[in-house]
Design a protein around this ligand. Sequence first.
Ligand code: ATP
Length: 514
Amino acid sequence: MTQEELFKKLIAHCKEYGFIFPSSEIYDGLGAVYDYGQNGVELKNNIKRYWWDSMVKLHENIVGIDAAIFMHPKTWEASGHVAAFNDPLIDNKDSKKRYRADVLIEEWMAKQDEKIQKEVEKARKRFGEAFDEQQYLATSPRVADIVAKRDGVHKRFVEALDKNDLVELRQIILDCEIVCPISGTRNWTDVRQFNLMFSTQMGSTADGASTIYLRPETAQGIFVNFLNVQKTGRMKLPFGIAQIGKAFRNEIVARQFIFRMREFEQMEMQFFVQPGTEMQWWNEWKNTRMAWHRALGFGDEKYRFHDHDKLAHYANAATDIEFNFPFGFKEVEGIHSRTDFDLGRHQEYSGKKIQYFDPERGENYVPYVVETSIGVDRMFLQIMSAAYCEEKLEGGDERVVLRIPACLAPTKVAVMPLVKKDGLPELARQIIDDLKFDYNVSYDEKDSIGKRYRRQDAVGTPFCVTVDHQSLEDGTVTIRHRDSMQQERVAIADLRRMVDEAVSFRPLYKKIKE
Ligand code: ATP
């Protein structure tokens, strides 16, 4: 199965099993807007809990807030979003499709890297044991050609972004002979800038309504509350403020399912530090956040850091954590050192002093900020991509199983009476009544046990508990494990402890803290 086929299947699976539906589907959907279904919302809530607790519960010096989506319009002037929250866009005149110019060029560069890798693999086969990759890279004329071309384009690209030179961006696209994937032609328009913020009106027009924006990031709600939290919480630097909430961006190219949406959710933490210590904290948070991802156990090789070529107007260091999605390595999280830009600008635009009195240094200053910013939806896609698995079973059967880490699984236990009579459903209900105070538990009595197992595998339920006639006699049930499909006989009285251990977030938190 190609990665493309896998991705298509994943999208279909998300819909068929109540994880994600296109928004307002009965009206044929709305571009790049999605709804989470009955299983999706549970997984999403568990992701948020994993993040929230790893920030707020595990760190004495991090607290949370929940700011409004609407903010005073001046916020976005201060933050720079009104002037500079732009993407360079380009249209293909034949297909009428719109692309981000920077993304087209980045994809071209990634292709050159793939070419180099292919040459290396070919040479490795040719030379066998004696192959020395470094020597090959340094001496092969073919590789040297590709590297020179790639590096040349990279240099021009970074300069063009820095100078906001849209003509040069277009020229790079032409020089690299980049074609539209739909029409296959190089018939491109000029590159233009496009502001990504959605706007709306607040108040009735008669009263002189004002234009306000739907926030394009949650971070600003944290910055404007810096003093409120610092004073009321008597917080001392370094400390962090965490927030989970919706953000909105009128994305030009909304593709790849929930990877790039127009309405999405962010989990952001702004960590306020003494100026001069920001690089140390930036490194620290890079490592902590990578550990948080890796603790899920999908394999360390699925993640990498990608340092930014062009720093945003507010940053002095920035990296992304990228995950290997079915469509390649792409950003799931950004870790940015934002300097004193945001607080400084809000101080300037509001005319209010936003400073911290440092008792150690005996002075007032505007703190520096290190931010960790991750999309809930991209995290959701990461988990689904890594968890989706098609397996051939003994006897020619097949199953689709979602190997979602048990702590994140939407339903933890499905309880099933072997038959719908003889008091088995009643006992199954009793078990559910005991477990449901602690976990999401489901009941299923329809179809054969085999079919019921398949249904639970497909939504990632870690445990199926079967109640049979023996259960009535000796108070034991069969528990079946999703991943191994192993079954064991256990006492009903032991179920809670077993499930408790398996679905706990504790081992993950311990790994992060190591
Ligand atoms: P990209 O380069 O992919 O547009 P970005 O660098 O603009 O992303 P940030 O502004 O750093 O993204 O936002 C932080 C996080 O928010 C991203 O790492 C991503 O997980 C999430 N995010 C941003 N835009 C979207 C979107 N349109 N849909 C879903 N998640 C998003």
